[in-house]
Design a protein around this ligand. Structure first.
Ligand SMILES: Cc1cc2nc3c(=O)[nH]c(=O)nc-3n(C[C@H](O)[C@H](O)[C@H](O)COP(=O)(O)OP(=O)(O)OC[C@H]3O[C@@H](n4cnc5c(N)ncnc54)[C@H](O)[C@@H]3O)c2cc1C
Length: 240
């Protein structure tokens, strides 16, 4: 997986992320103006307490005011295809119409294939055959937008993604879950780690959904948290 690891960089984020969200939260419950709230913001601990209370109550518009952007490369089209299904993200992706592949195109090898020498050899031979046929087509005058029909899900891609914090938390909650496919899980983990370097207070939010819920709501559970039914029956025992 090492050579196949996504490359992820946080390229844009607001300077006063926490204070912006605090101002949005506090504005809802204060007679004071947002300008005064922002200029006279309380200390970080108090801001975090209010933000946690507001987010836990489901008042999510308050975390839509801050937007982050990531530059991502060395991920497969299989991964980006899943990523672009998220409807509150703005994407700009390397075009297979305008960027013609030259020789062997870059591709991603899943770790399950990489650790099987026999299958890995066949996988690489297959990619090389596809590259040969792609080149034969483009050299015969077939436009890249048509020759790309033979490119596989494994073909490497690059994408710039911009999203607000509400959507990032949603994506982290579902794509860090062990039920998500490995590559998007790795990519989203790297996105979260990039942001956490600068905004460590987000750590309790950028987690698999079971960490926020306290239980697992998936059919197949990895065991990290108790299944929902088990969790609820335990809660009932504690309160009765
Ligand atoms: C483990 C896993 C397996 C999956 N398997 C499949 C599969 O087999 N086949 C498949 O096609 N897809 C699959 N998906 C993709 C999934 O169905 C969604 O397309 C993807 O998760 C993006 O949608 P989203 O609901 O997460 O919300 P986003 O698009 O990220 O939007 C965030 C939230 O906004 C709200 N929202 C957005 N758009 C609307 C709307 N039109 N109406 C109402 N509310 C809206 C919802 O609350 C939503 O949760 C899978 C996803 C995961 C995580």
């Amino acid at each position: 997986m090492e050579n196949n690891r996504p490359v992820v960089k946080l390229i844009s984020k607001p300077q006063n992320m926490l204070r912006t969200i605090y101002t949005a939260c506090r504005t809802c419950y204060s007679a004071d103006s947002p300008v005064n709230i922002y200029d006279n913001a309380v200390d970080e601990e108090k801001m975090l307490k209010l933000i946690e209370r507001v987010i836990s109550s489901g008042h999510y518009s308050t975390i839509e005011h801050v937007q982050v952007s990531f530059a991502i490369s060395n991920v497969s089209r299989a991964c980006t295809h899943q990523f672009v299904r998220h409807r509150h993200v703005s994407f700009s992706q390397k075009s297979q119409r305008y960027v013609k592949e030259k020789g062997q195109f870059d591709y991603i090898t899943p770790p399950t294939v990489a650790k099987n020498p026999e299958l890995l050899q066949k996988y690489e031979d297959f990619m090389s055959k596809i590259a040969d046929f792609y080149t034969e087509m483009t050299e015969s005058g077939i436009p890249a937008e048509d020759a790309r029909f033979v490119l596989p899900n494994a073909a490497a891609s690059s994408i710039v993604a911009s999203l607000n914090l509400r959507e990032l938390i949603h994506i982290a909650n579902i794509r860090l879950c062990s039920r998500a496919q490995y590559e998007i899980r790795v990519m989203v983990k790297m996105m979260c780690e990039e942001l956490l370097k600068e905004e460590p207070w987000l750590a309790p939010y950028l987690v698999p959904k079971c960490e926020r819920l306290g239980y697992c709501d998936e059919d197949k559970c990895c065991g990290r948290k108790a299944k929902k039914e088990e969790f609820l029956s335990n809660q009932q025992k504690i309160t009765s």
